[in-house]
Ligand binder design. Structure first.
Ligand SMILES: C[S@@+](CC[C@H](N)C(=O)[O-])C[C@H]1O[C@@H](n2cnc3c(N)ncnc32)[C@H](O)[C@@H]1O
Length: 185
């Protein structure tokens, strides 16, 4: 799905958010076990917001979603969707740079869905995410099986452990390799 520059281009956003994808990766059923009302959640590499909108519904009126991406066009799509869904007050968009997410707000939960393989420096990325997690904060990494080998995913898991995250479980998500982490105490 990545283009010549290593990231999924915005004009492929309809591949990421359409009824078939939602059947395969139902955002609410994937995320509802981990997200509570009132939480602050980071959706990093949010793309066109397939998960952002579901997260905004799960955190409720008192919660907040930070949708971060390196592509302005993706963030514009997210803002349009948020507006149409009446969820703009819960969602802030943030333009990241490839080498840093660049937010300072602490979060209860971070989602990195189908994006870690696009990040230029995985170790640095995971260290940064770790600094953003509140105590007991959790990170869910999901990677596409067709694109990320088992050994490559294990390297990501090891990098997450080195960054200070403990693997908690391997949620079963179709076509994917996934790991839920918690900030080590
Ligand atoms: C394959 S898409 C996945 C989008 C979304 N998470 C989903 O599953 O529908 C990967 C997204 O990650 C973004 N991305 C790539 N590298 C990034 C980085 N270093 N920081 C933030 N976003 C990044 C891309 O611009 C793209 O929108």
């Amino acid at each position: 799905m990545a283009d010549l520059f290593g990231i999924c281009p915005w004009w492929l956003s309809s591949i990421l958010d359409n009824p078939i994808r939602r059947l395969v990766h139902d955002p609410e059923s994937i995320l509802s076990p981990y997200i509570e009302r009132g939480q602050t959640v980071l959706d990093v590499g949010c793309g066109p917001g397939t998960f952002t909108i579901a997260i905004a519904n799960l955190v409720g009126e008192s919660g907040r979603v930070i949708a971060a991406d390196v592509q302005d066009e993706m963030l514009r799509i997210v803002r349009d969707k948020a507006e149409r869904a009446g969820l703009s007050s819960r969602i802030v968009t943030h333009k990241s740079r490839p080498e840093t997410i660049g937010i300072s707000e602490m979060v209860d939960f971070a989602l990195a869905f189908y994006m870690v393989h696009e990040v230029p420096d995985t170790e640095r990325f995971l260290r940064e995410v770790t600094t953003l997690l509140k105590p007991n904060g959790r990170l869910l990494i999901v990677e596409p099986k067709y694109h990320v080998s088992a050994s490559s995913f294990m390297r990501t898991v090891e990098a997450a452990k080195s960054a200070g995250l403990e693997p908690v479980s391997e949620p079963r998500i179709r076509l994917s390799r996934s790991m839920l982490f918690e900030l080590a105490s």
